[in-house]
Design a binder for this molecule. Structure first.
Ligand SMILES: [Cu+2]
Length: 249
């Protein structure tokens, strides 16, 4: 009779092992990204769920579990496709270092996860593994250096006397109702890592403020009421009801 010890399988390393190892690492990286990002940015349920799904996949992906590695890669690709607009915006805004670095990391890890999923399911050799990982790491470092330089060149504006002051934090404007005299200026302090705009709908007034900086603009508007939005993709919840009243003489 067989003893339980003899049932243990001996895993022989196969050619697709490197891809599975990368798929597992990528899943853990995406879990860490989502869960840490959730804490940093104060986002709730969706990001946490995504983080926990990748954490589960990272734990479950093992030698021979090619379908799980592929599933993880496919989810990573869907994550990139589903958030293409905000990703594209962050990746083209080198002046906002924090958002640029986080989104570049996310994009590259997702693409590596997808490549690892394909490599696992096709039982590919690990021939392209090193170039793929090196290319991603190099791209990240180069992007990071360029963004550091661009962000360092951003000059924050100081508020002037009589300016209306608005803070953008956690993807919200504060205050959300603003009454100012005609001819006033507006100073916006952006406490988030991502850029925000102060866009007065129906007018040419738009202030773009990179992450962790401040900007100033003259509110050259006729008395009346206006709706202000942030036109960055995914920031649809940001708005201000702006009222311009006659200047007091
Ligand atoms: Cu915004």
């Amino acid at each position: 009779m067989d003893s339980p010890n003899e049932v243990i399988e001996t895993q022989t390393p196969s050619m697709d092992e490197p891809w599975i190892a990368v798929a597992r690492s990528a899943a853990f990286a995406l879990a860490g990204y989502s869960l840490v990002f959730q804490v940093l940015a104060g986002f709730a349920a969706p990001v946490t769920v995504i983080g926990l799904v990748f954490l589960g996949l990272g734990i479950a992906i093992r030698s021979g579990r090619r379908k799980l590695a592929f599933t993880s890669g496919l989810l990573a690709l869907l994550l990139v496709v589903g958030s293409a607009a905000p990703l594209a915006d962050a990746l083209t805004d080198l002046a906002s270092l924090e958002a640029f670095a986080l989104n570049l990391f996310l994009t590259l890890v997702c693409l590596v996860a997808f490549a690892a999923g394909i490599g696992s399911i096709r039982r590919s050799t690990g021939r392209l593994l090193r170039p793929a990982v090196w290319a991603s790491a190099s791209l990240f470092l180069v992007g990071l250096v360029v963004s550091v330089i661009v962000a360092a060149g951003v000059e924050s504006a100081e508020p002037m006397a009589g300016d209306a002051r608005v803070v953008a934090e956690a993807l919200a404007f504060e205050p959300e109702v603003l009454v100012v005299s005609a001819g006033s200026g507006l100073w916006l302090e952006n406490r988030d890592g991502v850029r925000h705009t102060f866009t007065v709908e129906g007018t040419a007034i738009e202030l773009n403020v990179p992450g962790h900086s401040s900007g100033r603009i003259e509110l050259d508007l006729e008395p009346g009421t206006y709706r202000v939005i942030c036109d960055v993709p995914g920031h649809g919840a940001m708005s201000v009801d702006l009222t311009i009243k006659e200047a007091q003489l």
